[in-house]
Design a protein around this ligand. Structure first.
Ligand code: FAD
Length: 346
């Protein structure tokens, strides 16, 4: 018997696998890649909600843990995936500039932003001034390529859809396709809507589209942020986005999103560009914007890690650890992330 069946291998499934391995647990991963959120995401480890000039939720716990986690993964998978990055946030007017200076008075903000705003001297970028946010970027496509290979080589990665109806659940174990497990941890992202055990938690989708553009006259090595992020990929390519759309929740790139982003980019830069690709994914989002972790109220061997919304890069490392500790060391989960807050409302 193995310890865990991990269903889904996005940021959530990866965090569970890594922490389970640290505890010496044995597991299999089932992943069908039907959801793309973790693979298309910008990979930004951004401490600040720039529009509101506020620190992200629980920053002081999540950020140092996430940085150390991605550095560990870099060594474990022998892949260059972590890079410190500056985000140049456009300062359009005096109001934004005042907000920046006010943020500098706040203890939780000042380590993460530049002490002043600067004049822009790059004619290809349409802002007079910008401030700097000290962030990092995870190369998610390289991370998942390396991680899948790593677990595949250890015979624990299975590229296959989990059919929920074929999971046989008993009080103390689960069997699935002739294999027995002590626990199942569902890390299915928006795919949770098809899971009969956990599709009543109000997790909903929020679709995001990114454009990939090419511009030989733009020479920014830093990430730029106006309405959207412009993220350098190398070889004159940049990722631009991402949008937020509640409907339609499919995996087809949206032409409306594309038109909106093209218009926004024309306002942001003054050099020609060409759209070379468009990718999209569905963010698994919750009503109170907090992730959902914990154990099924009837089946004590079934667990969930989900609801990362637009912040999975920074939150999934520590929350993956907390869920594994909850399942295998009986550590309590805090109320604001526990599934019990949702059950209490049902
Ligand atoms: C366009 C876009 C940009 C984003 N940018 C950022 C960013 O810069 N920074 C940030 O922090 N966050 C960002 N996010 C959010 C982030 O991507 C999500 O929070 C995170 O990826 C969610 O991870 P997850 O593992 O819960 O879900 P997913 O990434 O959706 O992974 C779930 C996995 O489970 C698999 N699965 C589901 N059901 C089954 C089944 N029955 N059997 C087998 N496999 C199954 C899916 O195919 C998928 O591989 C972005 C999201 C989008 C869409």
């Amino acid at each position: 018997m193995k310890d865990i069946l991990i269903v889904g291998f996005g940021l959530a499934g990866l965090a569970v696998a890594h922490h389970a391995e640290e505890l010496g647990l044995r597991f299999n991963i089932l992943n069908d890649n039907a959801q793309r959120s973790s693979r298309v995401a910008g990979g930004l480890l951004n401490p600040i909600a720039i529009k509101r000039m506020k620190p992200v939720w629980n920053l002081e716990e999540f950020l140092p843990y996430a940085k150390s986690y991605y550095n560990q993964l870099q060594d474990k998978f022998s892949a260059e995936i972590f890079e410190d990055k500056i985000i140049k946030a456009f300062i359009h007017n005096t109001y934004s500039e005042n907000n920046w200076h006010q943020a500098l008075d706040k203890v939780r903000m000042k380590a993460h932003i530049s002490k002043s705003v600067y004049a822009n001297h790059d004619a290809s970028i349409n802002t007079k001034r910008f401030g700097e946010v000290f962030a990092a970027q995870i190369n998610l496509s390289q991370l998942f390529t390396a991680a899948e290979k790593y677990y595949d080589e250890r015979q624990s990665y299975i590229k296959e859809k989990c059919i929920h109806d074929e999971i046989m659940v008993s009080d103390s174990s689960v069997s699935y396709h002739n294999c027995s497990y002590r626990h199942v941890i569902f890390c299915e992202g928006y795919g949770i809507i098809n899971n009969p055990y956990f599709n009543n938690l109000g997790i909903y989708g929020n679709k995001g589209d990114y454009l990939v553009i090419k511009s030989s006259e733009l020479n920014s090595l830093e990430i730029l942020k106006s309405k959207y992020f412009l993220i350098p990929l190398g070889n004159n390519l940049y990722k631009f986005g991402a949008t937020y759309q509640r409907q339609p929740l499919n995996h087809e790139p949206s032409s409306d999103a594309r038109d909106e982003m093209v218009e926004a980019l024309k306002k942001m830069i003054s050099v020609p560009f060409e759209v070379v690709d468009q990718v999209c994914g569905i963010r698994p989002t919750t009503k109170d914007r907090k992730p959902i972790l914990g154990t099924h109220h009837d089946y004590k061997v079934l667990h969930i890690l989900n609801g990362f919304g637009s912040r999975g890069v920074i939150t999934s490392p520590l929350l993956g650890r907390q869920l594994v500790d909850h399942v295998f060391k009986s550590k309590e989960l805090s109320k604001e992330i526990s599934i019990n807050r949702v059950y209490a409302q049902l």
